[in-house]
Design a protein around this ligand. Sequence first.
Ligand code: RNT
Ligand code: ZN
Length: 446
Amino acid sequence: MCDRRREESAKTVSGWAGNQRGARYSMSKANIEAAFKLACERYAELGVDVDAALKKLLKIPVSLHCWQGDDVRGFENPEGDLTGGIQATGNYPGRARNPQELRGDIEFVLSLVGGSHRVNVHACYAEFEKGKKVDRDELQPEHMKNWIAWAKKNRLGMDFNPTLFSHPMFNGFSLSSRDKKIRNFWIRHTAATRRVAAAIGKALGSPCVNNVWIPDSYKDIPADRETPRKILNDALDACFAEKLNPKHMLDAVESKLFGIGGESYTVGSHEFYMGYAVKNQKLLTLDSGHFHPTETISDKLSSCLLFVPEILLHVSRGVRWDSDHVVIVNDDLVAIAQELVRIDQFKRVHIGLDYFDASINRIAAWVLGVRAMQKALLYALLEPLKLMQGAEAAGDLTSRLVWTETAKTMPFGAVWDKFCADEDVPLDTKWLGEVKAYEANVLAKR
Ligand code: RNT
Ligand code: ZN
């Protein structure tokens, strides 16, 4: 985030965030610089250009999912049930209850992370003027005008999603429903969100990815796996029939292995959407929680990109199941980042976060996720890739393993601190204090 935008967002969060400044660094800028200089010397030994890595990291946006702030409730009926086999567990106080609170929380989060980012919004976060509420199948760009104006002011890109759950027309099936009335409602909704996404992308000057995920599934063993998939295939064709400018919006489709209450069969499986995306040249969404527990999405990128135009990542952390735990720096995340750096396809891979944890401070959950993603990317950008790939190409697999292991004890932390200091965001040792102050001053009053 550029300095001016950071100043603006610090001010808008009731003016108090700005007061925390000055306490953002646990060590002096001179010491941060000194540690960084030593780190650069160590990395240079391995042929790694640290400045180039930092420059690259700054240019990689992460799409921040708005639904972490209110446990996927949205604004239509915040007290209603979250359906569709997804669940935000926990009852931590301070959830955002309205658009102002949610956007305020996101602004605060953005004041704690470096770089320029995007915000990912679901259709159920639309806003209606009094007495002018419409159902989801009649959604118009004007219902997102507050989000668009806010994103513009904060210089954020935006992404969008039809919401095919938490609604009376969702009865376990949506786009794959055998009931034409239900199916057509969701076709109209999805088509409407594509137009909204195009309006968002046009207004913000950056293509808006519109991601279609449906929860349609069976709890128990189906007798007919084929019919719902044929119906879904046709329904998606109907949703995507209108040609829209890819400079404004991009269609993405997201698969899933199972949901709660949908353990035996999901209509939109990986093979279904891989096939659909290849055939129709749509973006394929890979969510790290949507595969078998031992299956990782990092190994899928280089294959999928041979056949689909672009990929949307939903970076999440499944623990035993698709539990949407807060993203942290673990082996899976590092493997995703390494793959992204190695294939260097940042123009074709959109990075978004997708988790919802209501058991801890929701702001901290967001900040942890963005910073973890960036740390993993920086770690990957600082690997001695020339040495590793050179050894591999020469068939010297011993050296490849040695260089891979050497990377792990390089002074990565000094470079990360420098990134934070340059971006005027707190070091790892300091941001929690700001979040606690926000909790006391803002969240606790809700
Ligand atoms: C659900 C999918 C989907 C949702 C969001 C809210 O398992 O991951 O992406 O998390 O649409
Ligand atoms: Zn997802």
